[in-house]
Ligand binder design. Structure first.
Ligand SMILES: Cc1cc2nc3c(=O)[nH]c(=O)nc-3n(C[C@H](O)[C@H](O)[C@H](O)COP(=O)(O)OP(=O)(O)OC[C@H]3O[C@@H](n4cnc5c(N)ncnc54)[C@H](O)[C@@H]3O)c2cc1C
Length: 468
């Protein structure tokens, strides 16, 4: 067993962990990042499938994501706008594709007015919600016990309006059915993006992409670490901790440090053994956060044929298997790529089917939006993050009913020398790369501050747990 010493050990080489590592190095602290996978980036993964470059995980950047935009600038990465010229498509409960422009779906004047009214109502509640502390909303306890679909049912008896408004948060963001999370959780999601209207506005929330792929953020951050400061294929199995010291264990190395940042999604905290065990309320907290489920579907065609038909490829329907889809053609390519999403209960059902049947159903759904040309892609791929041992779902974690008010504040608190964080715990940029960067910066600042206040002790002196 190889033994190392650092000021700070970081578990996880996603955007959070690597942002924290870069900030700590700037503060002249020694770090090591221990990563379970054989690559950096976690939920960011730009990869070639049958010769075609795909963003298997996160990809879009929106104008409010200023921490991410700053990072892209610092790393010298260029962005480009998502293709959006032309009409969008909506499929209502009748299964008929209708073209439209703007944000409100062509569901008939009464339903359209009802959708606009519900969005206004949600915007008002979101404006009262602090994404850094949604549990402080004056009606937090009440809002956290009502499922989002039940709250919508109290507000409107127009089912199509409700289905559409639910889609923006449920299928499209938390990737859980709208009965599985609270109104307060929905308000946090929208508040983290500035407003509910921002979530509805695809041109805002899915504005730009990074030339060459968003995984370049973690890849370039990782390049700034010394060869000995990043270990891939090193799942951390145990953390022996006290107030001022910690020892991280993997199969091959132990690291003694003064602080640890556990930069993994909350559903994976319990893959690590803690010695001594974590405080009891943290054991509870960890059982109230879970990742959603979404399949990201990529289909590449010889040309972006939809553009010839005056379509932007932006498509929505709460009634379709693929509930939203977009033009996802890469910068400078002549081929055309569509990306679509199959979420929560629809993904459950789809994932029980053989691969060829899944593909047939997904392409049928795309053909409902774009016509029969969608049935015959040259390259086809489904990103399945639920199958990834070191993620186990997508896009990110949210609380169950009532969990946010019971445990939301606790998730931000350190435990002795340990600090926990990922995009799943962010305020602004919650569930997004922007949030991961903000959390990485915050955790690094907290560590620097706590070490400045602590008496200087060599990292390796009498490590807790006695494993060194
Ligand atoms: C399909 C998909 C689409 C998305 N689309 C977008 C988008 O368009 N825009 C956007 O901003 N965001 C998007 N996101 C979300 C975004 O990718 C994530 O919020 C962000 O990348 C999370 O970064 P993180 O560092 O907090 O966590 P992660 O990326 O999950 O990093 C955690 C790391 O910890 C490692 N790890 C876990 N356990 C251990 C252990 N015991 N020991 C060592 N290492 C461990 C993991 O392997 C991983 O590398 C998307 C996500 C998915 C999955």
């Amino acid at each position: 067993m190889h033994h190392l010493e650092r000021d700070v050990v970081i578990v996880g080489a996603g955007a959070t962990g690597l942002t924290a590592a870069a900030a700590l190095q700037r503060a002249r602290l020694s770090v090591i990042v221990l990563e379970a996978r054989d690559r950096v980036g976690g939920r960011l993964w730009t990869n070639h499938i049958d010769g075609q470059l795909y963003e298997i995980g996160g990809q879009w950047v929106s104008p409010d994501q200023t921490a991410l935009l700053e990072t892209l600038d610092e790393l010298g990465l260029d962005t480009y706008e998502r293709y959006r010229a032309g009409d969008s498509v909506y499929v209502g409960p009748d299964g008929v594709a209708k073209r439209f422009t703007g944000d409100i779906f062509p569901a008939g004047p009464e339903t359209e007015a009802e959708i606009a009214r519900l969005i206004d109502l949600l915007d008002e509640l979101v404006a009262q919600t602090d994404p850094a502390a949604p549990w402080q909303h004056p009606r937090a306890a009440e809002f956290d016990r009502v499922p989002f679909d039940a709250w919508l049912a109290e507000q409107s008896d127009d089912a199509e309006a409700r289905d559409n408004v639910a889609l923006f948060i449920a299928g499209a963001m938390l990737t859980k059915p709208p009965h599985a999370f609270s109104l307060l959780q929905a308000l946090l999601m929208a508040a983290s993006a500035g407003s509910f209207s921002n979530l509805v506005d695809a041109d805002f929330i899915l504005d730009r992409r990074v030339v060459g792929g968003l995984q370049q953020v973690p890849l370039r951050l990782a390049e700034q670490l010394g060869d000995d400061d990043l270990r891939l294929g090193h799942p951390v199995t145990a953390l022996h901790w006290a107030d001022d010291r910690v020892v991280a264990e993997t199969a091959d190395v132990t690291v003694s440090a003064r602080r640890a940042i556990v930069a993994v999604p909350p559903n994976l905290y319990s893959r690590i053994r803690y010695d001594p065990p974590l405080p009891l309320f943290r054991h509870q907290l960890q059982q109230h956060q879970s990742l959603g489920l979404v399949i990201k579907v990529h289909a590449t065609y010889r040309t972006p044929f939809w553009r010839d038909h005056g379509l932007s490829a932006t498509a929505f329907s709460p009634y379709q298997l693929v509930h939203e889809a977009y033009d996802n053609s890469n910068h400078g390519e002549s081929r055309g790529t569509l990306v679509g999403f199959v979420s929560d209960e629809k993904a459950d059902a789809l994932l029980t089917l053989p691969a060829d049947e899944r593909k047939r159903r997904i392409l049928d759904s795309l053909a409902t939006y774009y016509g029969p040309e969608a049935l015959d892609p040259e390259v086809y791929y489904e990103s399945d993050w639920a199958a990834e041992e070191w993620t186990q779902g997508a896009y990110a974690a949210s609380f169950d009913l009532g969990g946010l008010t019971r445990y939301g504040a606790l998730q931000l608190q350190p435990v002795g020398a340990l600090r926990f964080g990922s995009s799943d715990l962010a305020a602004e940029g919650y569930q997004h790369v922007d949030g991961a960067i903000r959390v990485g910066r915050r955790l690094a600042a907290e560590v620097v501050e706590s070490l400045a206040a602590a008496p200087t002790a060599p990292a390796a002196s009498t490590p807790p747990g006695g494993t060194a």
